[in-house]
Design a protein around this ligand. Sequence first.
Ligand SMILES: C[S@@+](CC[C@H](N)C(=O)[O-])C[C@H]1O[C@@H](n2cnc3c(N)ncnc32)[C@H](O)[C@@H]1O
Length: 280
Amino acid sequence: MENIGHTEFTFNSEDFERVRKLIHARAGISLADSKQNLVYSRLSRRIRKLGMRGFTQYLDFLERSHGEEWTEFTNALTTNLTSFFREAHHFDILREHLLSQPAGKIRLWSAASSTGEEPYSMAITACEAFNSECPPVEIIATDLDTQVLEKAARGVYSIDRIAGLSKERQKKHFMKGGGPNAGQCRVKEHLRRMVTFRQLNLLAPSWHIEGQFSAIFCRNVMIYFDKDTQYRVIAKLVRHLNPDGLLFAGHSESFFHAADLVRSCGKTVYRPVQNMKEAS
Ligand SMILES: C[S@@+](CC[C@H](N)C(=O)[O-])C[C@H]1O[C@@H](n2cnc3c(N)ncnc32)[C@H](O)[C@@H]1O
């Protein structure tokens, strides 16, 4: 079996296939052929840390292990790219949607929250919509990757992550660090109070999520899933949406293959079909 051009550890197409099957079964993530170098470099770190001889030994160990190594394995292979107010038009729509909701607690879900920029942007939107630091909104933020969730809950970011926000948003919602924390900022307490982070694998047979939401952001994660997996996940998400709820997707994700479940009602924003019929 040919080694795929790496020197420290032998890594051949059989190893890559094995990784591909394992991550697909675990997290629904479909790795393209072009991801061989990424897989090598991310998992090599783990192999080195465990002092193992190479991929075969590592993957045998992984398959025998129960919780912990699987968490490390999935953490290593997820792609966590995100930013504050990414796809800004969604937050304009969210603002209008929040203001149209009946009185009472409004529940929102960020279903692949990564390092937290998305749910905190939802929280800022809620503060602005209600002109309050204590709006009637609670946000559940979940992700598969435990490492990004830890970072999200800390709410500490490099200052350049908020450079694109207006001065007013920066001042109202972030504390800039001084001394040893210069160059960093922290999300203020009023935003952190609104968001609860927990781990959730969208592929798990049961989700420990109770109740209904007014809006679900499930953005830039479906692109890693094949169409059948996407369909199953959308079907489950829809069950957690209020009748007039909104499902937000990422810029390159379209759910037209799930037209019996959701209908587009704007740029990468969807409503549950059943509820559209009821409303018409
Ligand atoms: C590219 S980030 C998107 C972050 C954010 N939603 C955004 O649009 O900016 C994708 C996130 O999906 C998470 N993810 C991947 N597979 C998942 C799964 N099966 N269940 C839950 N989250 C998953 C990754 O850990 C990663 O943080």
